[in-house]
Design a protein around this ligand. Sequence first.
Ligand code: SMG
Ligand code: MG
Length: 374
Amino acid sequence: MTPAAVDLPAIELREVALPLVRPFRTSFGEERDKRAILVRAIGDDTEGWGECVASVEPRYSEEWLGGAWLALERLIAPSVLAGAVKRPGQALEGVQWIRGHRMAKAAMEAAVLDAWLRAGGLTLSEHLGGVRDRVPCGVSVGIAPTIEAMLEEIRSYLAKGYRRIKLKIEPGRDLAVVRAVREALPDTPVSVDANGAYTPADTPLFEALDELGLMMIEQPLDVEDLTDHAALQARLRTTICLDESIRSSRDAEAAIRLGACRVINIKPGRVGGILESKRVHDVALQAGVPVWIGGMLETGVGRAANLALASMPGVTLPGDTSASDRYFPEDLTKPFVLDPDGTMAVPRGPGIGVAPLPSRLEACTARRTTVTSP
Ligand code: SMG
Ligand code: MG
């Protein structure tokens, strides 16, 4: 059944703040608490939720929370309020002229899509052509102060069942750390993620990492260096996975054509939406390139959508979608729980299948505003 058009007379924006269970350190800095913008599309008989993954500072990409808030409040929400949403892809039609701001657009699309699917009683996974109701999960491990601390953290994740460990690396904290982990846990599938912290001059380092039997090396070089990634991939047996460099399905096509990667990490915020994520997936599937769903330390709202994306047929590798207790003492939604076999259930309710718990939402809200039709 195709849901009917939904009228959305108002859009609420909330900035939320949640403490993390432990600081998350990457090559571009450390986060101690999670801040996000939640978009709530309010219809007469339905509502929908989306999460904007822009970080507080523009380090992962040029987007940042303060800028995304303004883009949503002043440009994106007024444009969506101007018309009824008859088809899911329509939510962002009026904002095509806005260059960039993909994370802000993705959050709005997610909220509208959720409202539309809820109105029609369809799950997001069904809408995306999902083929599984449980998905295998990995976990991303931040840079720790010592190797011992990192090993302890990793062992606790393995005990819970996680199927793949991703280590964050940065210049100076790379080869020795990864070697120590491989030696301590030789049978554990391990990947590394550099968040673009290296240059082609670091090729000897990657050749050394190439000897360690890693599942993949994620975003070793700068976001704009597709050709350098292609040259590096040609020298390595280890698969290169691109994250930051893939901002659209066109980027995915180009990267695959150039041989810049053999795997793609899909994040809906980075590529400007859930529907564009499906297009990246389709391009990769067509080319025989495996994909997995990444994470941006989302609250349960964003994670629910990521789990639905992970149910698509071409998502054949464990993602960074971990359980609520890996991130927060208390999530915004009903907690997501990892099964001992290292899988999580794809939400079964209509739309994204979850919503923020009202009392948690109030407790975590730092600011809010409501944009209404003019
Ligand atoms: O959601 O578990 C998660 C985090 C996964 O490592 C993760 N994300 O480059 O893939 C990545 C990073 C970006 C995090 S920036 C906040
Ligand atoms: Mg990454």
